[in-house]
Design a protein around this ligand. Structure first.
Ligand code: PXP
Length: 236
């Protein structure tokens, strides 16, 4: 299993003082050198962490795979087409949320989604949808023309008991299997850390996990290189 590293919170830390350090681009390059398969950044409507200039610089520097997380707006579609990340991940976005709170409502936005995806793909950019691990959402994501689904592991990460966690893992596994049968590639993310990531090793349909907060929190104490290598050690 591979690891995509979300570097948003390097920018959060930098923005806390309106300084130039730490630099998300430097963090991205260290993560790549340590073995990350991709770099993820979320350009939010309110630009609370990653800024437009960061995205431009990341595009110039990242050589593995740049994944632009974004809301399904006209503005973001234009930015994506101009910047040309290897892929975009469509997420629901609420201004007041601390982090992405739920999966993309594929059924509720189906018509718009179908029209939105194609022009992006026509520019050589793959499209991933961040969705709940549910059959209906997977089915509609495939029908809408997505290349990849990212299964939302946030609810799993919040479960406390062993039984509840196991049930959630089975739900994710079954959605992952169904997605592969529909011809989709499957990744997973949100709320994963150095403990709760372990069971994902057994879900062979999931090719990559996308991790931000726990990894950047660890990196603040141990350094980016060690934080990435320690995570890779756990998931391989
Ligand atoms: N995947 C998606 C779609 C996300 O929105 C986020 C948070 O930005 C992540 C993965 C990473 O989540 P976390 O920061 O909890 O590791």
């Amino acid at each position: 299993m591979q690891l995509a590293v979300n570097i948003d919170h390097i920018a959060t830390l930098r923005n806390a003082r309106n300084e130039r350090q730490p630099d998300p681009v430097a963090a991205a390059l260290i993560a790549e050198l340590a073995g990350a398969s991709g770099i993820v950044c979320h350009l939010r409507e309110d630009r609370r962490h990653i800024q437009d200039r960061d995205l431009e610089r990341l595009r110039e520097a990242v050589t593995t795979k740049l994944d632009l997380e974004m809301a399904m707006t006209e503005e973001m579609q234009q930015i994506a087409i101009r910047t040309k990340p290897e892929l975009i991940t469509l997420v629901p976005e609420k201004r007041r949320e601390l982090t992405t709170e739920g999966g993309f409502d594929v059924a509720g936005h189906y018509r718009k989604l179908v029209e939105y995806i194609r022009p992006v793909q026509d520019h050589g950019i793959e499209v991933s949808l961040f969705i709940e691990p549910e059959k209906e959402a997977v089915d509609l994501a495939a029908k809408a023309g997505a290349d990849i689904v990212e299964l939302h592991t946030g609810p799993y990460s919040l479960k406390q008991s062993v039984g509840d966690r196991k049930a959630e893992i089975l739900r994710i596994q079954s959605a992952a299997r169904f997605a592969r049968e529909q011809g989709l590639r499957v990744v997973a993310g949100h709320g994963l850390d150095y403990d709760n990531v372990i069971p994902f090793r057994t879900i062979e349909e999931i090719e990559e996990v996308s991790i931000g907060h726990a990894l950047i929190a660890r990196a603040a104490l141990t350094g980016m290189d060690t934080a990435v290598r320690d995570m890779l050690h756990l998931i391989r």
